[in-house]
Design a protein around this ligand. Structure first.
Ligand SMILES: Cc1cc2nc3c(=O)[nH]c(=O)nc-3n(C[C@H](O)[C@H](O)[C@H](O)COP(=O)(O)O)c2cc1C
Length: 301
């Protein structure tokens, strides 16, 4: 049974990836999570300079999902490299750095610094819903400009993290692929908001935040289907509301080559172990020899 998959020429030992912002720096979670079960683990996004993030409240449960309005609190890339570079090699999977910035040159500066820290790939977070202004990922041309700048700054594989809030996620995916992205992550949180009737206060200080967890999975699956159909050949990391092996398989069947697990880590940090075990059982039951057989293999009615 072969659990390995690939994003173009980049190989992953398993199809599950830890999503950015849900396992800290990765190093911080290495005592709790067995990262050897993951094909890769993505660190929390880092900016060119320190950001203090938004005021509390930053996180709120909403029905079966959650809202977050963290605003990418981070120490800035220079401190990040100093704090974590030495420990990254100890993690038993590939670490992906995640870059965020207000402009293309800022993204390039973060990626250049991360390149020296021993990350295996970089994710360009074009889709943070908690920054002022319109997220890059809602605009194909602006997204491509960032990716072009990052592409010039590194030889590492580059993934672009997109948003299902885009009017056409396929148009953004196509633009970033042309600009040099090796794969796309489909997708980040969906923009959402909530208000407490008792206090009349918004649930998160930023008013609008990122909605994640189970309820966004159908939206993410729809986005994966669209990108797989419209930009054939562009590798996809599915992301949004996955918490079981069945969800991982659903993303693969829709056309993703790997699947990032996010909010589920807050409730069940050791979820990777169960998912891998259940994936193996499914493959056994369905006579699937290699996980790659499942990619895009849904049967239309
Ligand atoms: C508290 C929190 C913090 C997050 N921080 C980041 C981040 O720094 N960078 C990023 O690209 N995505 C970030 N995300 C988005 C997740 O990586 C993921 O794309 C999103 O939550 C959807 O997946 P899920 O429904 O499985 O959680 C964050 C999500 C949550 C809930």
């Amino acid at each position: 049974m072969n659990l390995s998959t690939s994003l173009g020429t980049y190989e992953l030992s398993t199809p599950i990836i830890a999503a950015s912002g849900t396992v800290g720096s990765v190093v911080d979670f290495s005592d709790v999570i067995d990262f050897s079960l993951y094909g890769a683990a993505t660190a929390k996004s880092v900016a060119p300079e320190p950001w203090k993030g938004r005021e509390p409240p930053r996180i709120a449960p909403v029905d079966t999902g959650m809202l977050n309005s963290i605003g990418i609190q981070n120490p800035g890339v220079v401190s990040w490299v100093g704090m974590y570079a030495a420990d990254l090699a100890e993690i038993p999977t590939d670490i992906w750095g995640s870059a965020v910035a207000h402009d293309p040159n800022g993204f390039a500066a973060v990626v250049s610094a991360m390149d020296t820290a021993g990350v295996a790939a970089v994710e360009v977070n074009l889709s943070c819903p908690n920054l002022d202004g319109v997220p890059f990922a809602l605009d194909a041309a602006r997204s491509a400009e960032v990716v072009r700048c990052v592409r010039d700054a590194t030889d590492l594989p580059v993934g672009a993290k997109l948003s299902s809030d885009a009017r056409s996620i396929s148009a953004v995916a196509s633009a970033v692929a042309e600009a040099g992205a090796d794969w796309v992550v489909v997708s980040n949180t969906v923009m959402g908001a909530g208000i407490d009737p008792e206090t009349r206060r918004p649930l998160v200080s930023g008013l609008v935040g990122g909605y994640s967890g189970a309820p966004i999975r159908p939206i993410a699956i729809r986005s994966v289907l669209e990108v797989a159909r419209d930009v054939p050949g562009l590798p996809i990391v599915g992301c949004g509301g996955a918490s079981t092996s069945a969800h991982v398989i659903e993303f693969l069947l829709a056309g993703a080559s790997a699947v990032a697990l996010g909010s589920v880590h807050f409730k069940t940090p050791r979820i990777g172990k169960r998912i891998i075990k259940d994936l193996e059982k499914y493959m056994d039951r369905h006579g699937v020899v290699s996980i790659s057989e499942l990619i895009g293999a849904y049967e239309p009615w």
